[in-house]
Write a protein that binds this ligand. Structure first.
Ligand SMILES: Cc1ncc(C[n+]2csc(CCOP(=O)(O)OP(=O)(O)O)c2C)c(N)n1
Ligand code: SF4
Ligand SMILES: [Mg+2]
Length: 280
């Protein structure tokens, strides 16, 4: 009997394999994203997926059966910006790693958020540079031993959601790969709205992060994500001390602001002397 997975139709037939290691959290996220697209009944032809370089960048590429730009390290948002401006009718989704989007690509990230460009950015935060051997990243927790911080990380780390909100993102959420159904719900919500949406997904990297930090196997790391997760509603009632080391999960921000594509359209219409939608 031939068994077929309901999400197979979203996967490129020649690529129903992943570049990610067995036990990596990235596979869970790939499935959660495809479930959201399936439940929203959106055609893959509507999308352009964009990724940079790193393990997380292999989530959409080449697996998703859609147009994909697998770009250079740190530059997926720059490419995504170009796509959205040139082809405003396409849905643009960036899926990439914490190093890619927050270190080398940090400047692109904050300015796309500020401009409120209509795109969904899914940042996979495994707290490390996974693909290149487990170097310290701007998301590595203070004190953690990595390949390039053998005595413990001496740098403070970014709060990606707080950074996104401060930079101007209009939808901000965080889940771990343990909350797979919640990821799907949040991605569905992001797909239904316009503007710059940032979804941070805390994922586990058993091969680099787990090995170096002694956090154990994939299952142990998965359990850790479950145990450390606290919903935003609960976290709001907890003290700073109680929150130490916890991962605050949930949707954190949803606001309306002018969207860059709309502003360009209105300005063009104004310059041509045509009434804009806003004035009608
Ligand atoms: C300009 C440039 N600098 C550095 C690299 C090497 N490099 C490739 S991926 C990567 C980090 C990947 O980390 P992250 O984005 O967090 O993805 P992960 O592998 O953890 O999913 C680095 C430093 C590169 N390819 N190009
Ligand atoms: S190195 Fe880590 S992040 Fe990269 S695929 Fe393997 S387990 Fe996943
Ligand atoms: Mg990483």
């Amino acid at each position: 009997m031939k068994v077929s997975h309901p999400l197979h139709k979203y996967m490129r037939p020649s690529a129903i394999r992943t570049a990610n290691c067995p036990g990596c959290g990235n596979g869970i996220l790939a499935q959660a994203i495809l479930r959201a697209i399936n439940e929203e009944e959106i055609s893959m032809d509507d999308f352009v997926f964009v990724s940079g370089i790193g393990c997380a960048a292999w989530i959409p590429s080449p697996l998703f059966y859609a147009d994909i730009l697998h770009t250079t390290h740190g530059r997926p948002i720059a490419f995504a910006t170009g796509i959205k401006l040139a082809a405003p009718d396409r849905r643009v989704m960036v899926v990439s790693g914490d190093g890619d989007l927050m270190a080398i690509g940090g400047n692109h990230f904050i300015h796309a958020a500020r401009r409120n460009i209509d795109m969904t950015v899914i940042c996979v935060n495994n707290g490390i540079y996974g693909m290149t051997g487990g170097q310290v990243a701007p998301t590595t927790p203070l004190g953690l031993k990595t390949m390039t911080s053998p005595y413990g990380n001496i740098e403070n780390s970014f709060d990606i959601c707080a950074l996104a909100a401060a930079a101007g993102a209009t939808f901000v959420a965080r889940w771990t790969v343990y909350q797979t159904r919640q990821i799907t719900r949040t991605v569905r919500k992001a797909l239904k709205r316009k503007g710059f949406s940032l979804i941070e997904i805390i994922s586990h990297c058993p091969v680099q992060f787990g090995r170096k930090t002694g956090m154990g196997t994939s299952i142990q790391m998965f359990d850790f994500l479950k145990d450390q997760s606290v919903t935003k509603a609960k976290a709001d009632k907890m003290s700073e001390k109680e929150l130490a080391g916890k991962i605050v999960v949930g949707e954190q921000l949803e606001i309306e602001k002018p969207i860059l594509n709309d502003e360009i359209k209105h300005q063009r219409e104004k310059l041509r002397g045509e009434p804009s939608d806003a004035e009608n």
